[in-house]
Design a protein around this ligand. Structure first.
Ligand code: FBP
Length: 257
């Protein structure tokens, strides 16, 4: 995981929502252009950027370490979620990836498909000397609340036991309960997932601070940065919390400047 860490911490910019959610509600005239996100990743000094292979192939400039998401699904099918491979580890590496990502919908009636594929991805990634990062998102009929502390901790633990180098999990809403999820992940690094744009900068930065205080390695964020009116100021605020162990007040000053 070291390729994506600085002083043991990481700040990843995720941009797979065009595939996962569709090019509609999440996007505007600026952020529909992948070049805009590539520039935010570089100028905002992110420690990694996450693309699906098509965007990696056409827009990746090499300025920030690349994670290629290997599986994906659209938001069109209803029913129990399943996300399957659209890219191999080998192809990801040929596109410049220094790590690969894979989403597992834990609790879905189809979870076995993703558990099996992730096992293969993890084996291949480790053979080739790069980390395998698991987006572990509990989802489906059986999951009533995907941010319930016990569910988030389960996601973290499943990541450790599956051999993930890092897990990307949702915030539980409180430092103490997130701390347990970090404990459950053991030596697997924990990245907090950003989620839909928060109503205020303060509420989002509060979540990031809570996760970092709980022992998270960092943040993997998309919409809260590239939907922001000033993504680079938001990036500076995140730096303050993640790398300088800064307080929310200082971070808020940076985003307001
Ligand atoms: P965001 O910060 O925009 O939520 O991005 C993080 C991420 O994990 C993306 O990689 C992924 O596309 C998205 O969240 C998944 O969103 P959802 O939970 O709605 O499927």
């Amino acid at each position: 995981m070291n390729s994506f860490l600085r002083d043991g911490k990481g700040m990843l910019l995720a941009y797979d929502q065009g595939f996962e959610h569709g090019p509609s509600a999440d996007f505007n005239d600026k952020n529909i252009d992948p070049s805009y996100i590539m520039e935010i990743a570089a100028q905002g000094d992110f420690t990694g950027v996450v693309f699906h292979k098509g965007i990696a192939e056409k827009y990746y400039t090499g300025k920030v370490p690349l994670i290629v998401k290997l599986n994906g699904k659209t938001s069109l099918p209803k029913g129990e979620p399943v996300s399957t491979l659209v890219c191999s580890v080998e192809e990801a590496i040929s596109l410049g990836a220094k790590g690969v990502g894979y989403t597992i919908y834990l609790g879905s009636a189809n979870e076995s498909v993703m558990l099996e594929e992730f096992g293969e991805v993890e084996e291949e990634a480790h053979k080739r000397g790069i980390p395998a990062i698991a987006w572990v998102y509990p989802r489906g009929e059986a999951v009533k609340n995907d941010t319930a502390p016990e569910i988030v901790a389960y996601a973290a633990r499943a990541g450790l036991e599956m051999g993930a180098d890092a897990v990307k999990i949702k915030y539980t809403g409180a430092t103490d309960s997130f701390r347990w999820a970090v404990r459950a992940a053991g030596l697997t690094k924990v990245f907090m997932s950003g989620g839909p744009k928060a109503p205020t900068d303060e509420s989002f930065l509060g979540q990031v601070k809570g996760a970092m205080d709980a022992g998270a390695t960092g943040l993997a964020v998309g919409r809260n940065v590239w939907q922001h009116s000033n993504p680079l100021k938001m990036a500076a605020a995140l730096h303050e919390i993640i790398f300088n162990n800064g307080q929310i007040e200082k971070a808020l000053e940076l985003v307001a400047q």
